[in-house]
Design a protein. Structure first.
Length: 134
């Protein structure tokens, strides 16, 4: 079959792309939800865990905007890395394609969902460490 034919080889090449793209919206909704939830947890820890920090309510607006822009940039990078799923699929050509896709997507999704929570986790670690110091 020639490289320009539109037979089964050509259709399979685009099928993987369609599979991954069909799940991208769900991935982005999960990322956005995780980001907002992690930010809410961060604020909760800031205001309940360390009253001596005195983060003013006036600083909350600019801080939210700055962190929101930063998170949008991180989401952009995450969407670029999302393309690794289909690229690796083409490179390794797994025998059980459905198993590979489901596992790779799940690992990428849950790994990406966990990352925003490192921010409040770090805040919690700092709060715990500061309680032990004079």
């Amino acid at each position: 079959m020639s490289p320009t034919s539109t037979g089964p080889v050509s259709a399979d090449r685009h099928e993987g792309w369609r599979w991954w793209e069909a799940r991208r919206l769900r991935y982005n909704i999960g990322l956005a939800t995780a980001g907002w939830t992690a930010y809410a947890l961060f604020l909760f820890l800031q205001y309940t865990g360390a009253p001596e920090l005195e983060v003013s309510w006036q600083a909350l607006g600019p801080m939210t905007i700055l962190l929101g822009i930063g998170f949008l940039l991180v989401m952009g990078v995450a969407n670029l890395l999302y393309l690794l799923g289909v690229l690796i699929e083409r490179f390794i050509q797994p025998e059980d394609l459905d198993f590979y896709r489901e596992r790779a997507w799940s690992l990428g999704f849950w790994g990406s969902i966990a990352l925003p929570f490192l921010f409040p986790l770090g805040t919690y670690a700092v709060l715990l460490a500061s309680r032990g110091s004079p």
